[in-house]
Design a protein around this ligand. Sequence first.
Ligand code: HEM
Length: 134
Amino acid sequence: MADVIDAAPAPRAGWRMATGLLVLAVFVEAVFAGAMLSGVEWARRAHMASAGALIAFALASGLVALLALRRVINGRKLALILLALAVVLVAQAVVGVLSAKGANLLWLHVPLGVALVGLAGQAAATARGLGAHA
Ligand code: HEM
């Protein structure tokens, strides 16, 4: 019996969509941040609310991937990247809240946001390789 199996095309498309949404959502955080810095009134609430949604989505998809993709080639890798993304997102939110409270940490929060786009992109690239040998 094979140890690993190919992902069926339909679930693979779902993972591609989910990880693509994560890349987009992290990028949109930067748009809200720009609006916030331009003085747009609702942008801070949008940045905060989407931070919570992003963390929940990354964590939930990481846990689902861990269970659903454990026998799929690249499945465990995708799960670990998604869980790492959730952890770094939590760290990012903590640094964001501390910055909003006056701590001098935007030097860390802004580049970490750029790194998060890269990490989400890594998840998307891995989702494209689900079921494929390296
Ligand atoms: C992608 C680039 C990002 C940029 C340029 C950015 C920028 C900022 C800025 C300028 C602030 C306000 C800090 C202050 O008032 O002094 C902030 C706050 C915050 N950021 Fe980000 N951010 C980014 C990504 C993210 C991401 C991905 C998250 C998700 C975890 C996040 C979570 C937060 C939170 C929770 C706050 C506090 C909001 C509040 O208390 O009102 N940020 N961010």
